[in-house]
Design a binder for this molecule. Structure first.
Ligand code: KG4
Ligand code: ZN
Length: 345
């Protein structure tokens, strides 16, 4: 039996439109991190088409795993455990990764570990910052989720609050779509906003100052749509950069306000950012500056670890295995899997 630091974990991720595989040595050393994105395929439809995503995953999964093994400089038979995303995500897409992981774990006779994708996003921070240890507060902002999570230990989480409707990334994607920008909209708005005035239009920051850690972004999306429609009716030309910057400002301000309230209430000194929207340059800058003012440690993953990848899944899987939390051959895709409270408070 290898020591924990030398244990090789193969991670597999296929929850949405990225087919990914990675090999980790121990919990935090990335030997390979292969991501095959389907974004160009889905772009012409303005969003992810589930059926096409599943079929693409089937074509890509084995070559991506082979590449991850080869780039890591190891052999398949050296792998000690297989970690795979089993939810949340698109059911057909998830099933491809779960089936591949089950088959590999069975053939290699090694343990299988089912990983919650959202927990994986949080764990991307451990790969990026080797000295990070719980406790901390995590702001998880992805295409499907927006949540504040108190992380007490590696297997000990508590959901402080989440969005009541749209996720932050979803709002970015929907607003970009009505502005005629290509999918995925987050990076497009991020770029365009850099040329605009964030205070040009006063868009709503729902639930601000209500004392909860809940978010709501559907009203903001409607406010942007109403603004664009009313300007069009008046025949006034819209400055798209100002709209992008003002929309982004509203999202960033509400995320920042609630994150720091959560850190204060939890009595913690570290805030970490996770999920695809963590790649947003304004959000990162706003949180970093505010954390500096408050004397709070602020961490966020490098862009490649912010968006979907399998290294974060392998990392989460490693720490589950360390605590003996394995899955069996009955592991199934759970599309609606949430961020559950785990461990004792
Ligand atoms: O975590 P992720 O890769 O997939 C999910 O688990 O959902 O997040 C994807 C989301 C998309 O909504 C995308 O528009 C958003 O992250 N995103 C961004 C940026 N880069 C990706 N949103 C704002 N600014 C960015 N730079
Ligand atoms: Zn994700």
């Amino acid at each position: 039996m290898k020591s924990e630091e030398n244990r090789l974990t193969l991670g597999i991720e296929s929850s949405c439109d990225e087919t990914a595989a990675a090999v980790l040595r121990g919990g935090r050393t990335i030997l390979s991190n292969i991501i095959s994105t389907q974004i160009p395929v889905h772009r012409k439809f303005g969003g992810v088409v589930p059926e096409i995503a599943s079929r693409r995953h089937i074509v890509n999964i084995m070559p991506v795993i082979d590449e991850a093994i080869a780039e890591a400089g190891v052999r398949l038979k050296d792998i000690d455990q297989v970690a795979v995303t089993y939810g949340p995500g698109l059911v057909g897409a998830l099933l491809v990764g779960v089936s591949a992981a089950k088959a590999l774990a069975f053939a290699l006779d090694v343990p299988l570990i089912g990983v919650n994708h959202l927990e994986g996003h949080i764990f991307a921070n451990f790969l990026n910052e080797k000295s990070l240890e719980p406790p901390f507060v995590a702001l998880v902002v992805s295409g499907g989720h927006t949540a504040l999570v108190r992380v007490r230990g590696y297997n000990h989480f508590r959901l402080m609050g989440q969005t009541r409707d749209d996720a932050a990334g979803e709002a970015f994607d929907k607003v970009a779509r009505v502005m005629g920008l290509p999918y995925p909209g987050g990076p497009q708005i991020d770029r365009l906003a850099g040329e605009g005035n964030p205070l040009a239009i006063d868009f709503p920051q729902a639930l601000r100052g209500d004392g909860s850690y809940e978010f709501s972004f559907s009203g903001l999306k409607s406010a942007v749509l109403n603004y664009l429609n009313s300007m069009q009716q008046k025949g006034v030309e819209v400055d798209k950069a100002d709209v992008a910057a003002s929309f982004q400002h509203a999202v960033v301000e509400i995320l920042a306000a609630k994150s720091f309230e959560a850190v204060a209430e939890a009595g913690m000194d570290t805030l970490v950012l996770a999920g695809g929207v963590a790649a947003n340059s304004t959000l990162e800058k706003r949180l970093r500056e505010e954390a500096g003012r408050r004397g709070i440690r602020f961490l966020y993953p490098s862009p490649v670890l912010c968006t979907d990848n399998a290294a974060m899944i392998a990392c989460r899987g490693f720490y589950q295995a360390k605590a003996g939390k394995y899955s069996d051959a009955h592991l199934n895709a759970v599309p609606g899997l949430g961020l559950l409270d785990v461990g004792e408070e």
